[in-house]
Design a protein around this ligand. Sequence first.
Ligand code: HEC
Ligand code: HEC
Length: 307
Amino acid sequence: MKNTIRIGAGIASVLTVALWASSGSTETTVERGQYLVDGLVGCGNCHTPRNPDNTFAEGMYLAGGFEFNELPAFQTYTANITPDNETGIGTWTLEEIVLAIREGHTPEDETIGPVMPLFFYNLMSDDDAMSIAMYLKSIPAVRNEVPAPVYNIPYATPGPAPGGPTPPTTDPVVYGQYLATMAHCFECHTPRDATGGPDMARMGAGGFDMQTLPNGEVVRSANITPAGIGDWSDDALRRAIVEGISRDGHILFPIMPSAFFKNATAEDIDAVIAYLRTVPPVENDVPKVDWMAGLGMPPMQNAPAME
Ligand code: HEC
Ligand code: HEC
């Protein structure tokens, strides 16, 4: 049991600070679901297969098959979450989709593994979870058979979702925390602990290995606590989040979901930034690499640096 991925406890204790207590909007619509999935929640960042240069495969939006290979621990491919009856989730009810997203249980009585940020989605509001399920039911079905996952390690799924309403937008820090949780910023931006889960005592400190490039260099997530980005202007942060360009002008490795985040409203991005400013600072100097050269592409064309 040494390798149990046990991300749950830490995440819940850091993030559930009475957030979801007061009530905000209570609308359940396909539009809200689309806004979240195509925007800050960015399910397609994992659930859409990619070409070798990391761009998304055409016509395959949410059709699954993107590989996460951490053998010997596990090898998995994201599921097809389009409403195809045979290879996707076409036969699932809305409630079954909600249960899968927030608690990791499927109608086939299987559990979803720890690659999917379930412990963050566990905190999704009832309306948002239902809106996302409605949107997934409304998109074009794509036939794409995805191999079954192999997990050679035990893993945990979150318990029952606390549910409740979406927090109100009136307090940008609180709403920003909710959005950042759904955008699972800290799934990628938090270093791992001995159990393989995010070390929430160092939440946001970066340095998590995202990909080893063909030239052997490793792309790591950045430190987005105030110790890393505290002296960045709001404009520089906004550009990084929605345009995928770092303050120094380098193009962020496209695993950073800016292609989705760009679809969020300016107010929602501002709320995420307001919340990021309140996260406890953690010192961690993360080296940056020229990932384009590492992939064998021409060196990056840097954009102008910003304050
Ligand atoms: C970090 C990557 C990642 C993100 C982000 C992600 N998923 Fe997943 N998801 C996976 C993987 C990998 C699987 C495959 C199952 C496994 O490995 O156990 C999966 C499985 C699923 C399943 C189970 C489908 C089946 O047929 O069993 C559903 C439903 C699902 N995801 C929905 C979503 C939705 C909706 C979102 C956005 C709210 C989302 N996922 C975001 C990685 C991700
Ligand atoms: C799927 C993983 C992933 C998710 C989710 C993610 N990021 Fe990132 N992010 C990265 C990686 C990897 C980098 C570093 C890329 C590079 O250096 O080329 C990065 C870079 C950044 C940078 C630039 C920092 C710097 O020093 O250059 C900021 C700011 C940032 N992310 C903020 C966010 C915020 C805010 C969220 C949530 C709304 C988020 N990220 C979600 C992977 C992710």
